[in-house]
Ligand binder design. Structure first.
Ligand code: 3PG
Length: 389
């Protein structure tokens, strides 16, 4: 793909699609990770002398109408401070917008525009007409073929990848295309069903596929152990066994926990009890892996060449069920492996256990990160490749 870093942007109208879809509470940004990741791109465009326009979605508003609750105003406040210059929020931009050299204008939530989600051609052409160069930098939204992530790129004079998107693709490529082995993937979360495609595609390429949370419970049940009242998917036990077999036939493994921490209610005050995986009773709910399992996994991670992490292995928001996830986090922090992590819960765990600077690469993608792991071609990336021909 063409890269923004290689282009002369002096005096050019540059429209950058970022993923500034961040959590907002009472008019304030509560997690700035995505904005911080986008800042170097905006700064580079300014350094190159561009007239900078930035666009993003925020949340999932009703299309075709303005809604204060989904305004990018809090993000613009943040950018004002971070860039140390006045950043303008523009609501009315589709029919043309004046931007001075070295100015940054942020377009209001692109999902207020009719036709954004359907990747409408008329809307895409209007966006394309606003710029000389379109920069796709929103890795977190690269799995959406929408007017601001895909359609605009088809009609812009020049369509290129921004530095953040390029860095994400390089890091993920390094982890999955030609990884240093052993390649270990940790996939946690509540349900196998939501991550079946990821598990499916990873089961044939990784050396160890570590499952966690409700996903692990389904594998525990499939291995013939009682899971009591734990969250699991009985109808996917056959699928779990098939995945184990698939991993095995590729010389990989999906290790099943040997010990677990159970509680009898999903609450902050639930009492945590350690049990052998074979001793879970009808009343128990599995909320974490036990120390034996955590040790085994820590060893696997310690000897890994590459670690890919998506999803906690326990209910880590309750401290008594957080030791497994903490052990995984520490093992990744202490390992020499190239490590990459992504997804909202995973980032929260990384923050909680303070290992952010010990992970080789933290992705800004949630759904996009998963689709990449699934082996899918991200539509926005496909568009950039097409445009580079
Ligand atoms: C995300 O948070 O995963 C991205 O910003 C995409 O948002 P969406 O799922 O609403 O398209």
């Amino acid at each position: 793909v063409i890269k923004m870093a290689d282009l002369d942007l002096n005096g050019k109208r540059v429209l950058i699609r970022e993923d500034l879809n961040v959590p907002v509470k009472a008019g304030k940004v509560t997690s700035d990770a995505r904005i911080r990741a986008a800042l170097p791109t905006i700064k580079l465009a300014l350094e190159k002398g561009a007239k900078v326009m930035v666009m993003s979605h925020l949340g999932r508003p009703t299309e075709g109408e303005y809604d204060d609750a989904f305004s990018l105003a809090p993000v613009v406040d943040y950018l004002n401070t971070a860039l140390e210059q006045t950043v303008r929020l523009e609501k009315d931009y589709l029919n043309g917008v004046d931007v001075a050299d070295n100015e940054v204008v942020v377009f209001e939530n692109v999902r207020f525009n009719t036709g954004e989600k359907s990747n409408d051609e008329t809307l895409s052409k209007k966006l394309a007409a606003l710029c000389d160069v379109y920069v796709m930098d929103a890795f977190g939204t690269a799995h959406r073929a929408q007017a601001s992530t895909h359609g605009v790129g088809l009609f812009a004079d020049i369509a290129c990848a921004g530095p953040l998107l390029a860095a994400e693709l390089e890091a993920l490529g390094k982890a999955l295309d030609n990884p240093a082995r052993p390649l270990v993937a940790i996939v946690g979360g509540s349900k196998v069903s939501t991550k079946l495609t990821v598990l499916d595609s990873l089961s044939t390429v990784v050396d160890q596929l570590v499952t966690g949370g409700g996903i692990a419970n389904t594998f525990i049940a499939a291995a013939g152990h009682p899971v009591g009242k734990s969250l699991y998917e009985a109808d996917l036990m056959d699928e779990a066994n098939r995945l184990c077999a698939a991993a095995k036939s590729n010389n990989g493994e999906i290790p099943v926990p040997t010990d677990v921490v159970v509680g009898n209610e999903f609450s902050e005050s639930a009492v945590a009890t350690l049990k052998d995986v074979s001793e879970v009773t009808a009343e128990d709910m599995i909320f974490d892996i036990g120390p034996d399992t955590a040790n085994t996994l820590a060893k696997i991670i310690a000897s890994a060449g590459t670690v890919v992490w998506n999803g906690p292995v326990g209910v880590f928001e309750f401290d008594q069920f957080g030791n497994g996830t903490r052990a995984i986090a520490n093992a990744i922090a202490n390992s020499n492996a190239f490590s990459i992590a992504g997804g909202g819960d995973t980032l929260a765990a990384i923050d909680k256990y303070g290992i952010a600077d010990k992970v080789s690469y933290i992705s800004t993608g949630g759904g996009a990160f998963l689709e990449f792991l699934e082996g899918k071609k991200l539509p926005a990336v496909a568009m950039l490749e097409e445009r580079a021909k």
